[in-house]
Write a protein that binds this ligand. Sequence first.
Ligand code: NI
Length: 437
Amino acid sequence: MGRILFAGAWIMGLDPERPDCFNGDLLVEDERIVEISEEAGKIERRKTDRVIDGADLLLMPGMINTHGHAAMTLLRGYADDLPLQKWLEEKIWPAEEKLTGDDIYWGTLLAICEMLKGGTTTFADMYFFMDRAAEACVEGKIRAVLSRGLVGLNDGSNEALQEASALQSEWHGGGDGRITVTYGPHSLYTCRPEYLRRVMEEAAKTESALQIHVAETAQEVETCWHDYGSTPVEHLYRLGLFEHRVIAAHCVHISASDIVILGSNKVGVAHNPGSNLKLGSGIAPLAHLLEAGVTVGLGTDGAASNNNLDLLEEMRLAALLAKGNDCEPTLLPAKKALELATVDGAAVLGLPEIGQLKEGFKADLIAFSLKEPQAAPLFEPAAYVVYAAAAADILYVLVDGEPVVEEGRLTKLDEEKIISECLRRAERITGKSNYRT
Ligand code: NI
């Protein structure tokens, strides 16, 4: 890998100790950022193996997707325009029964292609055959927080929990430390209290975090009141879930007292505005969560309910919805939206060495081309990224110091082969033909 110097680039590192954006140099050595200069030309070129001219580049930390189901790329566009329960019960769950380990491997690779090209360098995932998803992550050289999705309502629930623990022991710290394993109880409506307690016990053995869907729909809240006499957040709090580190996806239908519980228990929330809108689930009270000090990251959810894995779009939606929801344009300024997708996402996932461009941090970074029309004029780089940039503007993506995207093209993965494998598999799984060959 060696030493790569970005010379004279615009650097927006989200490091509060430096200016918001400056023209300087950034030096990567092996998997880390080793030197940043706030003045261009200060880092000696002769010390480096490769110099990338940064004159028209804007560097920022790689983005972090805090919630998703990567291999659901195979079901992209299969069941659109339906409400969550009908979508799950009549379309998604029956299709998922046909998925094999090889499908998960290829579907996850397709997701990785899309995420890397769109500037996402870390993603959280909850699905099954997760050892195969882990293999795909190693091959694509992306950072990942994986969990075996756990549903406690069927015969396979014990076996699934065993698989989750096997994944932990075999894969945690794998891929040169890029893979983190967590436990993934799917939701309170698919995991009864006894099962959730068992999952917590298992996770506690390795101090692993938990990923769970929480208060995604009004129906979930209604059922929770009916079954347990409380809101979903209160129910999980009483069960002791929040004594563990938790990544709570959605939190759309929550009360003021739920927000206090989430804040005081340091629960990380994964906000998925695109998926929540498309499934007609609602709009999470993002500004209120942030006001209460809750740490929030952004997620795409699976490609069957989004239908892309583009965090630029989620940033934009998060900012626009927060403003529109409260008729208050000062809410969620561009820089805060950027933080949700980077440094705050890192905090939600418990990964302290990513999410900022800082000396000593892992070199997970992305570079936008500033030559595109939507980047002119450039008065405020954060506003360009949040309100104007397209995934196709991203020229370079580095993970652990290695360029995985160069000039907008994947360097490690055979995109054409991955797409053609996935087209074939998607047709088998859904029984539908698609427009691409
Ligand atoms: Ni989800």
